[in-house]
Design a protein around this ligand. Structure first.
Ligand SMILES: NC(=O)c1ccc[n+]([C@@H]2O[C@H](COP(=O)([O-])OP(=O)(O)OC[C@H]3O[C@@H](n4cnc5c(N)ncnc54)[C@H](O)[C@@H]3O)[C@@H](O)[C@H]2O)c1
Length: 333
């Protein structure tokens, strides 16, 4: 399988591209490096520097492959801006990059490319869900611009399927975490710039790069008062993408949550990092942040039934241990 992997220089896209290559498939990465560097690129994979917003470039890529008798079979679309807080300050940039960029990619696919796409959606499409665990048929009411950009792409995909027969899988990830080693021995873990994700931030405290971890709100209606989230290991997430590509042989459109179906609170994460790193991890409690739902936990039934997929990392410590190993190595370099 030859796959265009947009955003393949990033944390998740890079992991999936490496896993595809390890299985003998042929990923080609397209990234504009706006939030990544060449340092963590999976080795031995063709890389094109460019933006998904550049439709003529995308059409040239698809056409060149086709006229060489080696067309793309599918697209895995990870490229996006992902910072929720930033999206609430610069909505126009997020709609332009995430929504318009995806539409530009879909247009190029319809004009010259493959008719099969796996799209990185997010639990942020649900906003404050009424029921936990969250099923895929829950109302989509994002509470931030980032989530709204993804809902719009999901809706566009639905119409592109009905009108152009484009097959798609919208995979709604919950909190992706952990590090993985690819077939060539390269270990890749979570690194965003700026970092806003909880596990790398707590690990930063353990490594001495931050004095303490800020907890936003300890008065939520949860067992210990802090927010509860569902964490999925990046290797399991990558496996689900490969399963989704195969499932598109049978199903024209797939909408699936990707989570473990189990929630952990912010304090449970801090405790797990304390256990694993043997560091005290001072915490600093701050007021709640606007728009943070108390609990986000996936119903993982649909992924099991449609994709035949099961996560392998189901306990928190094993997820955090892989993240810690990578984090330590990263800053020891
Ligand atoms: N990390 C998570 O927990 C999480 C959760 C839910 C959904 N997602 C989604 O997964 C995808 C990947 O996230 P990630 O954590 O790997 O983020 P990341 O920032 O590490 O990767 C995103 C990559 O996309 C690239 N990119 C951005 N805009 C681009 C453009 N216009 N053209 C080409 N490349 C562009 C960036 O340079 C970066 O390499 C995103 O779509 C994100 O919304 C992530």
């Amino acid at each position: 399988m030859k796959a265009l992997v947009t955003g393949g220089a990033g944390y998740i896209g890079g992991t999936v591209a490496a896993q595809l290559a390890g299985l003998g498939h042929r990923p080609v990465i397209l990234d504009n490096f706006c939030h990544s560097s060449r340092k963590y690129l999976p080795p031995g994979i063709e890389v094109i520097e460019g933006s998904v917003q550049d439709r003529p470039l995308l059409e040239r890529i698809f056409e060149a492959a086709r006229s060489a008798g080696d067309p793309f079979d599918c697209v895995l679309h990870f490229a996006a801006l992902i910072e929720v807080g930033d999206s609430m300050k610069r909505p126009e940039i997020y709609f332009e990059n995430n929504t318009c960029g995806s539409v530009s990619l879909l247009q190029a696919m319809v004009n010259a490319g493959p008719r099969r796409i796996v799209f990185s959606s997010t639990a942020a499409v649900y906003g404050n869900p009424e029921e936990i665990p969250i099923r895929e048929d829950a109302r989509l009411e994002p509470t931030n611009v980032y989530g709204a950009t993804k809902v719009m792409v999901e809706q566009t995909l639905e119409w592109m399927n009905r009108i152009h027969g484009l097959r798609y899988a919208s995979l709604r990830y919950f909190n992706v975490a952990g590090a993985s080693e690819d077939a060539s021995g390269v270990v890749r873990g979570e690194a965003h710039d700026p970092e806003t994700h909880l596990i790398p931030l707590v690990l930063d405290v353990a490594i001495g790069r931050r004095p303490s971890i800020r907890i936003f709100g300890n008065d939520y209606p949860t067992p210990d008062g802090t927010c509860v989230r569902d964490y999925i290991h990046v290797t399991d997430l990558a496996t689900a993408h490969i399963a989704a590509l195969a499932a598109l042989d049978k199903h024209e459109r797939i909408v699936c949550n990707l989570g473990n179906g189990r929630g952990f609170s912010v304090l449970e994460i801090v405790e797990a990092v304390r256990r694993i790193t043997r560091h005290a991890i001072p915490v600093e409690v701050q007021p709640r942040r606007a728009g943070d739902p108390a609990v986000l936990v996936a119903s993982a039934d649909q992924a099991r039934s449609l994709l035949g997929w099961q996560p392998r990392y189901t306990d928190l410590d094993s997820i955090i241990r892989t993240a810690w190993e990578w984090h330590r190595r990263r800053y020891a370099e």
